[in-house]
Design a protein around this ligand. Structure first.
Ligand SMILES: Nc1nc2c(ncn2[C@@H]2O[C@H](COP(=O)(O)OP(=O)(O)OP(=O)(O)O)[C@@H](O)[C@H]2O)c(=O)[nH]1
Ligand SMILES: [Mg+2]
Length: 237
């Protein structure tokens, strides 16, 4: 992959969404390629990805992970791989179209003056469509714990819509990263903050997922909290 921008998409059961998000990203007309890390989705996302790779040689790549699935494990593989390409920026976003590809140019623009740009739902100008009280409460609790446990004082530390300067990713301690699940997002932010990097937030409008179902289970939430504590603990030693 020889593009200026590499977009990493983690996927688990996103068969309908993957071709849609791919088309939307390519239609932006940027020098951009897509790197998918799929956890052997039972719904056939992997095969859909193989077809897209055949249609877009050199611009679309899919890595098929085996073993237990995990947003974090997929994130470690995907971002690390992106950091090894010759790109200038690596983008991380959900594959379910909750993160609007049309907002990417604005995030990239902001990245000219930063090491990391976070798309924020909760700063002035940002929003999260159709968040009911339960998701709102979950999201608030997650932000609160991110501040208390890891000191991540941002409006949206749990946002997975981000632009990283490649060098900052290449500098992360990948072999010591421990998040199996969604806490990978906080873990990368924690390490980047410790490096004294320039971190910027810009507002985004978070949309409801287009197709398919959420992958978050009560077990994943519980493990998320335990992992934040482990990250903090490991950093102290
Ligand atoms: N490879 C991989 N990707 C995952 C896994 N869990 C979630 N993802 C992907 O990570 C992104 C975010 O997951 P979501 O389930 O959408 O989580 P969410 O955005 O908090 O919840 P909803 O939008 O309500 O579904 C999506 O692109 C998922 O397909 C996983 O175990 N492995
Ligand atoms: Mg989602």
């Amino acid at each position: 992959m020889n593009t200026n921008i590499v977009v990493f998409l983690p996927t688990y059961n996103e068969k309908e969404n993957l071709p849609l998000v791919t088309e939307r990203l390519f239609s932006l007309g940027l020098d951009l390629s897509i790197l998918v890390v799929d956890d052997s989705s039972p719904d056939g996302t992997g095969e859909a990805g193989d077809r897209l790779a055949a249609e877009h040689p050199g611009r679309f790549r899919i890595i098929h992970r085996e073993g237990p699935r995990g947003r974090g494990w997929a994130g470690i593989v995907g971002l690390r791989e992106a950091s090894r390409t010759g790109c200038q920026y690596a983008v991380e976003m959900d594959a379910d179209l909750s993160h609007d590809p049309d907002e990417l140019p604005r995030l990239l623009e902001a990245a000219r003056g930063a090491d990391l740009v976070i798309g924020s739902r909760y700063m002035e100008g940002g929003s999260a469509e159709n968040f009911g009280w339960f998701r709102n409460l979950n999201s608030k609790t997650a932000r609160f714990l991110s501040v208390v446990i890891l000191g991540l004082r941002y409006t949206d530390p749990t946002s997975g819509y981000r632009v990283y300067r490649r060098e900052i990713l290449a500098d992360l301690p990948w072999d010591r990263m421990i998040s199996p699940g969604p806490s990978i997002v906080e873990e990368t932010l924690f390490h980047i903050q410790r490096r004294g990097a320039r971190i910027l937030e810009v507002p985004i409008t978070y949309k409801d997922r287009r197709h398919g179902q959420t992958k978050i289970t009560p077990g994943i939430i519980l493990r998320w909290i335990v992992t934040l504590l482990k990250i903090r603990w490991a950093a102290k030693r």
